[in-house]
Design a protein around this ligand. Structure first.
Ligand SMILES: [Zn+2]
Length: 188
């Protein structure tokens, strides 16, 4: 545990414990790396059966389609940073590692938060909506720790466009390779 952190962990009005600034923090400052065991989504799903948990209380951070960081194992103080729909921090992913940085200047005593924006799968049940209900209490609260439905639709469109572009590039590559095929050697 580092003693030079710009925040401390104590009881929070939002949820259990939270991270509070103990010195002024400047916009853009990198506060801490989100550490933990790196596992696959399949392992994370097997490890934490959401159905059996009334409230979500795992410390998981989805880094990529392949990797999840489980801060329950090898996690540090970053796992106590709560969610907010109007946050003062944001996660930054750099070469597969996750850092929590300040979105704006933060005063001593302010609670640090970032937007968890859990990815939707599009088939959330009422039960799941309840489990991921947000109580951040900010004016911008969207009512859910999950990404907004608009963000979800936008992400789907972006992913579809990416797939289409990939297919088009593949087709173009095929055409090119056909053109560059060497003509049959002529007989002398
Ligand atoms: Zn909220």
């Amino acid at each position: 545990m580092s003693s030079s952190l710009p925040f401390e962990i104590r009881g929070s009005a939002i949820a259990g414990q939270g991270a509070f600034a103990i010195r002024p923090i400047a916009k853009g400052e990198r506060l801490i790396e989100y550490t933990g065991e790196r596992i696959s989504h399949a392992v994370a799903d097997a490890r934490y059966d959401d159905e059996s948990m009334a409230e979500h209380h795992t410390f998981l951070f989805a880094v990529t389609d392949r990797t999840v960081i489980d801060a329950t194992h090898g996690g540090n103080e970053a796992r106590f940073i709560n969610h907010s729909c109007d946050p003062n921090c944001e996660p930054e992913i750099q070469r597969g590692r996750v850092y929590i940085s300040a979105l704006r200047d933060i005063a001593v005593g302010e609670e640090l938060q970032y937007d968890y924006a859990y990815e939707r799968s599009g088939d959330e049940t009422a039960e799941e909506e309840r489990r991921y209900r947000c109580r951040c209490g900010t004016a911008r609260c969207r009512g859910s720790i999950m990404e907004s439905k608009a963000t979800y639709r936008k992400r789907l469109r972006a992913e579809a466009a990416k797939r289409a572009a990939k297919r088009a590039a593949k087709r173009a590559a095929k055409r090119t390779s056909k053109r560059t095929t060497r003509p049959p050697a002529r007989k002398k």
